[in-house]
Design a protein around this ligand. Structure first.
Ligand SMILES: *[C@@H]1O[C@H](CO)[C@@H](O)[C@H](O)[C@H]1NC(C)=O
Ligand SMILES: *[C@@H]1O[C@H](CO)[C@@H](O)[C@H](O)[C@H]1NC(C)=O
Ligand SMILES: *[C@@H]1O[C@H](CO)[C@@H](O)[C@H](O)[C@H]1NC(C)=O
Length: 479
C-alpha cells in the first residue's frame, strides 16, 4: 500500500487524465499529495502512526507495545493474571520502571539540527513531504530540552499508576498509600524524579488526595548502578572496542544502503548522508511521534526495510553495552537484583509468620540502562546466537528486540501472591503482560511457586556480589 501510493505521488505531475473514471481517485491522490502526507499515510491501522513506529527501539512509544491502549489508555485485563486458585491474594508488588517519554539529549539535538540544515539548503524535489520539511517544519528542539521529561512522559506515568491500581486493586490502594505501605525510590536524574512525581500524581489525582504529600527517596546506588560499577565503566562504557560489532555494522553494507536511499530521496550526494545523519533522521521521526504523536514528514525518509536496519543497529548497541554481549553488563545489576529479592523474602517471611506485609508496593524508577541489565540477569530475551555485525538476516526472528522490551515507561512487575497454607507464588509481568521466568516453565500456571523461583536463581542469590563483580581485576600498570 505504502509504496503504490508513493509511486502515484511521484508520477502525478505527468498524469493529465481528467474526468475519466479514475478522476476521483486522482483528486484524492492529489489532496493526499497536497496535505503532505502521502508516503507516511498508510499504517494499516491508523494514518497518524508511522509504518516504522514499531522499530523505534528505546525511543518507542509504550502504546506500540500495548496497542489496545491506543483506544483506552486506562484499560487493564485482570483475567490475564490467572492465579492458580481463587483464594490467592496479592501480597506484594515490586515495580522497576523506566522514565517516561523524554526530549532528545543535546548531542542528539545538535545532530538533528545539522540534518535539518542540510535538508533545508541542499535537498531538492517536488515531493510533498520534502516541501513540508523545507517550508513548514521548524527545528523546534532547543538545547535546554536536553533529555528532560516531556508532557507525554508525565502522562505515561500518571496513566501507568492508574492502570496498576486497577490491576492490583487490593495492593495499590489509597489506604495503603496513606498508611505508608507504598514506597517510591528513584534515580536522581530529573526525568526519573519527574516520572516518580507524575506516577504519584496519577494516584493522588485519582483519589483526590490533597491533604498529604508523599515522600520519595533518591537512590543512585540502586537505580544508576552502571555509573558506580568500576569494571563496567572501564571495560565497557569507556571502551569503544566493547562495541566493535555495532561499529562494524554501522560501516557495513546494510547501513550504507540505507544512507544511499536517504540521499536518493533528498537528491543530495551520497557522501553527505553519513551514518550519523541517517540516525538523526530516524530519531526525528521517532521523537516527533513519541512527543507530539504526529506522523512527521521525516518518516518518509525510511521504508520498512530501512527501519529494520536502523533497529538492528540500535539493538546491537544495547546488546553489547547493556545486555548479553558482555557478562559485566548484567552483573552490574546484582545490587538491584538482591534489593528486589530481599524485599520479596521479607514479604514472604511476614506472610509465613502470619504477620501483615509491611511494604505492599515498591515503585523503583530508573532508566533503560537500569532495567535492561536486570532483565538480562534474569535471563529474559536470550537468543541462541549473539547479535553480530554479520548476522542481520539470521537475526530477523530474534527475541532480543528493544522496540518490544524497552519503550518509554517500560516496566518489570514482580507480584507475590499468598495462596494460603504457605503456598506463595511469584508472577512476573513485562510491560503489564505476564511472562514466564526463562527456564522455569511450570505448565500448570504462569505463576510459579516463590521457592521454585528462588531455587531457579539460587546461584545469583548466593553470589552476584556487586562489589566483587565490579572491581577491576587487571588494573593496567601506569607507564
Ligand atoms: C484478557 O486476557 C485473557 C487471558 O489472557 C484473554 O483471553 C482475553 O482475550 C483478554 N481480554 C481482552 C479484552 O483483552
Ligand atoms: C520537573 O518538574 C519540576 C517541577 O514540577 C519542573 O520545574 C521541572 O522543569 C521538571 N523537570 C523536567 C526535567 O521536566
Ligand atoms: C575493551 O574491550 C575489549 C573487547 O571486549 C576487551 O578485550 C578489552 O580488554 C577491553 N579493554 C579494557 C581496557 O578493558
Amino acid at each position: 500500500m505504502t509504496s503504490s501510493v508513493r509511486v502515484l505521488g511521484r508520477n502525478l505531475p505527468e498524469l493529465c487524465v481528467i474526468m475519466t473514471p479514475n478522476f476521483w481517485i486522482l483528486v484524492v491522490a492529489l489532496l493526499i499529495n497536497i496535505t503532505g502526507f502521502y508516503c507516511c499515510l498508510y499504517s494499516e491501522e491508523d494514518p497518524d502512526i508511522p509504518v516504522i513506529a514499531k522499530y523505534f527501539t528505546t525511543k518507542g512509544r509504550y502504546e506500540e507495545v500495548n496497542p489496545h491502549l491506543r483506544d483506552d489508555i486506562l484499560f487493564v485485563n485482570r483475567s490475564a493474571l490467572k492465579p492458580p486458585s481463587p483464594q490467592c491474594r496479592e501480597a506484594h508488588l515490586t515495580a522497576v520502571i523506566r522514565h517516561g517519554t523524554r526530549y532528545p539529549t543535546i548531542k542528539n539535538i545538535q545532530k538533528m539540527r545539522r540534518l535539518y540544515g542540510l535538508v533545508e539548503s541542499r535537498a531538492s524535489g517536488e515531493e510533498s513531504w520534502l516541501r513540508e520539511i523545507q517550508s513548514q517544519w521548524t527545528m523546534w528542539y532547543t538545547d535546554d530540552m536536553d533529555g528532560r521529561l516531556a508532557m507525554k512522559g508525565v502522562s505515561d506515568h500518571k496513566h501507568l499508576a492508574v492502570r496498576l491500581s486497577k490491576l492490583f486493586p487490593s495492593l495499590l490502594t489509597e489506604e495503603k498509600l496513606r498508611a505508608g505501605q507504598v514506597n517510591f525510590m528513584t534515580s536522581s536524574k530529573h526525568r526519573c524524579v519527574n516520572s516518580t512525581l507524575s506516577f504519584m500524581a496519577g494516584l493522588t489525582e485519582q483519589w483526590a488526595i490533597r491533604d498529604v504529600e508523599f515522600e520519595h527517596t533518591l537512590n543512585d546506588a540502586l537505580m544508576r548502578f552502571f555509573d558506580k560499577c568500576t569494571r563496567f565503566v572501564e571495560e565497557i562504557d569507556k571502551n569503544a572496542t566493547a562495541l566493535a560489532e555495532m561499529q562494524l555494522f554501522k560501516e557495513g553494507p546494510e547501513m550504507r544502503r540505507v544512507q544511499e536511499k536517504i540521499a536518493d530521496r533528498l537528491r543530495v550526494p551520497y557522501q553527505s548522508i553519513t551514518e550519523e545523519m541517517a540516525e538523526a533522521a530516524f530519531d526525528l521521526c521517532a521523537y516527533e511521534f513519541a512527543i507530539k504523536a504526529v506522523n512527521s514528514p521525516w518518516c518518509c525518509l525510511f521504508d520498512e526495510v530501512d527501519a529494520l536496519v536502523m533497529e538492528y543497529s540500535n539493538d546491537l548497541k544495547q546488546f553489547w553495552k547493556r545486555s548479553y554481549g558482555h557478562d559485566i553488563n548484567s552483573k552490574a545489576s546484582c545490587i538491584l537484583f538482591h534489593d528486589v529479592f530481599s524485599r520479596l523474602d521479607k514479604a514472604a517471611n511476614e506472610i509465613k509468620s502470619g504477620q501483615q506485609v509491611t511494604e505492599a508496593v515498591t515503585i523503583q524508577i530508573g532508566h533503560a540502562e537500569t532495567l535492561l541489565p536486570l532483565l538480562t540477569l534474569l535471563g529474559f530475551f536470550r537468543d541462541s546466537e549473539a547479535l553480530k555485525s554479520t548476522n542481520f538476516a539470521q537475526q530477523a526472528q530474534r527475541s532480543f528486540r528493544t522496540s518490544y522490551m524497552m519503550p518509554y515507561a517500560a516496566n518489570l512487575l514482580l507480584v507475590l501472591y499468598d495462596c494460603g497454607n504457605g503456598d506463595l507464588r511469584l508472577q512476573a509481568l513485562l510491560n503489564e503482560k505476564p511472562v514466564a521466568f526463562p527456564g522455569l516453565t511450570d505448565l500448570t500456571s504462569s505463576m510459579p511457586r516463590y521457592e521454585d523461583v528462588r531455587s531457579h536463581y539460587r546461584e545469583l542469590l548466593r553470589g552476584c556480589d556487586f562489589e566483587t563483580e565490579c572491581q577491576l581485576f587487571n588494573k593496567p600498570v601506569d607507564s
